[in-house]
Design a protein around this ligand. Sequence first.
Ligand code: GAR
Length: 204
Amino acid sequence: MPRNIGVLASGRGTNLQAIIDGASSGGFDGRVAVVVSDRSKAPALDRARQAGIPAVFVSKKEAGSQEAFERSIAGVLDAHGVDVVCLAGFMRILGPWFVRWYWGRMLNIHPALLPSFPGLEAQRQALEYGVKVSGCTVHFADEGVDAGPIIIQRPVLVRSDDTFETLSERILVEEHKAYVEALRLLCDGRLEIQGKRVIVTGSS
Ligand code: GAR
């Protein structure tokens, strides 16, 4: 049975696009059932509409509290039969009950090799720290910021003339591959969480 994926995105939505394209080209056994954004003008919502996918804005302000906001999002996901949630540049913290509800079926992508450089502008943090290798991480989301058992990491070498923009661009290429690969493993039922570790079972 193909998995029903709900994508939460706040911005331009290139990872969302990679997921939409991955689903339509058979990269994994799933379909994007709905896209939710906390920003009414997020380009991610336009990408969803262009692909014929329901695109829903959920306002934190209108919801009032953090919990009401999260319950609204969960309501939208439920209404579309979502069983897997992908955070794709969703720039809001999700609280304990939401994370628990979707535990083991909610993925996040981050533009650094976690646990290094969680939070905002990870690529800038990596450059400022002076690391020689950065990259991206797809992980199961837990209650921390950019935290949880790691599924896939893809390295990117840092060049001495890199800027935030050039490094971000090379990492983004790897992000798109990593997200589709992680979804393939998840949709094929090949991921097993053992404490902090994710074991990949079976063979491709
Ligand atoms: C991506 O680089 C993603 O890794 C990052 O936001 C960007 C969203 O781009 N997420 C985080 O930094 C999470 N802490 P996109 O809207 O083009 O997918």
